[in-house]
Design a protein around this ligand. Structure first.
Ligand SMILES: Cc1ncc(COP(=O)(O)O)c(C=O)c1O
Length: 432
């Protein structure tokens, strides 16, 4: 069981909404920091353990700075994400660049910033070599490969089966790739994989580590290359549903350590650095989308219409994902109604919840009154980041509840000016 907590009372939300009208995201700094420290404590069984936060999960430099202060690095998949990491002080090898179908200019940018480049294909060795920044020749000193185990590993619902995934190199290519890197004068080597998303099974993640450890030994034996570190990727799940259990970090770290002791140490490859690049589990449970109920509609089903829509949070529409919903002030009220909780997009899958049992929700009586607050939980990762502007919708802003209880806006909501900013409006006058 996981308890669904929201750190603000209805009265606090009323006051907050006077300054920042709904919808908005709220992130809880205390929750994020305490969680980061629990992870570090559990993984301290590995000296030099490093967690690179997946910037794509919550690409806001204020959040990245909080994580940087906890010693986290960044996992970036684009030039923009590298820039965000740099803004937060996650520079040089603190940033890993795991991209795919990467344009030369992005590799150049990653090299200039000194990020660890994680290649997604055998052919990218030469591609990278030829996109050297002027002051450097050839390949960087440290190169990593992303491994795709294909049929050797089960994937899961969100990420799909590894053999159908576009990412990474095959086992045989990995061995050949490391031999080639060595021939070309690369000095430091690393291995990465990312085979699942939102996976709550601890044995699954331990198996992934075991698979990488075994490959580490094979690489040493067949390519004569000793790896500096392995990156176990992201994909640790969170309990979106109250009846699910959070992953216990101690159990996970202990299981990975056991696999390490059984495979890496006897092969004489200790110390091997251990890294992760988790996103969801780092910030997901500590972010909420706060909206207000605007309309109620009773047709074949009963609908509650919010002032947020799937442009703010598309996971339910994209994956049929469950996000828990609570109504501040009605936490203990009976779940007396069944609603579809929907947004205002001209898309019928713009639904935050389908046939959900909830307390009776009050909506605005007219334009001068306000309906109940509706809090959508576990939205702190892959939430606002996946937003978009379809239907001319503006993505909402982001607030941070600081450790001292103060609340600061860390991103303002979008406006019509933002939406029109990429149009060449003066040119419209001359357009016939
Ligand atoms: C390469 C890579 N690393 C890390 C992550 C973070 O995954 P998660 O948020 O599930 O931990 C992702 C997510 O898509 C990813 O593509």
């Amino acid at each position: 069981m996981s308890v669904k907590h929201f750190p603000l009372s209805k009265a606090e939300l009323e006051k907050l909404a006077e300054r920042y009208p709904t919808p908005f995201y709220v992130y809880d700094e205390k929750g994020i920091v305490e969680n980061a420290r629990r992870i570090k404590a559990a993984f301290s069984v590995f000296p030099g353990y490093k967690q690179h936060f997946a910037v794509k999960a919550l690409p806001n430099p204020y959040i990245l700075k909080i994580l940087a202060a906890e010693g986290f690095g960044a996992d970036c998949s684009s030039h923009t994400e590298l820039l965000l990491a740099e803004m937060a002080g996650m520079e040089g090898e603190d940033a890993m660049f795991t991209s795919n179908e990467t344009p030369a200019r992005e590799y150049e940018a990653a090299r200039k910033l000194g990020a660890v480049i994680n290649l997604d294909d055998f052919s990218h060795i030469e591609f990278l070599e030829k996109t050297a920044v002027p002051q450097e020749r050839g390949l960087p000193e440290l190169v990593s490969f992303r491994y795709n185990p294909g049929p050797l590993k089960e994937g899961n619902a969100i990420i799909g089966k590894p053999e159908e995934a576009k990412y990474g190199l095959t086992r045989e290519q990995i061995i050949r790739g490391f031999s080639l890197l060595k021939e070309k004068g690369v000095k430091r080597f690393a291995l990465h994989t990312m085979v699942a998303s939102n996976e709550l099974s601890i044995p699954y993640h331990i198996e992934t580590a075991r698979m990488l450890f075994e490959l580490t030994v094979e690489i040493k034996n067949k390519a004569g290359v000793r790896l500096e570190f392995v990156n176990l990727g992201g994909g640790v799940g969170i309990p979106y549903r109250p009846d699910q259990e959070a992953v216990d970090y101690q159990t996970l770290a202990a299981g990975i350590k056991k696999a390490y002791d059984e495979i890496v140490t006897p092969a004489g490859l200790d110390p091997l650095g251990i890294r992760t690049e988790w996103g969801r589990v780092i910030t997901g449970p500590y972010g909420w989308l706060v909206a207000r109920a605007v309309h109620k509609k009773e047709i074949y089903r009963n609908y509650i219409g919010l002032d947020a829509c799937m442009a703010d949070l598309m996971r339910p529409a994209l994956y049929g994902a469950y996000h828990h919903i609570t109504i501040p002030g009605k936490e203990n009220a009976p779940l007396a109604e069944t609603y579809d909780v929907v947004g205002s997009l001209c898309e019928n899958n713009d639904k935050f919840a389908v046939q959900r049992r909830l307390p009776k929700i009050d909506v605005a009586a007219d334009g001068n009154t306000a309906g109940d607050f509706v809090v959508i939980h576990d939205a702190g990762a892959h939430g606002r980041a996946m937003g978009f502007n379809y239907n001319g919708k503006f993505r909402c802003g982001e607030l941070l509840l600081r450790r001292d209880g103060s609340i600061v806006q860390i991103r303002r909501p979008e406006t019509a000016e933002d939406y029109f900013a990429t149009l060449d409006l003066p040119g419209l006058k001359h357009f016939n």
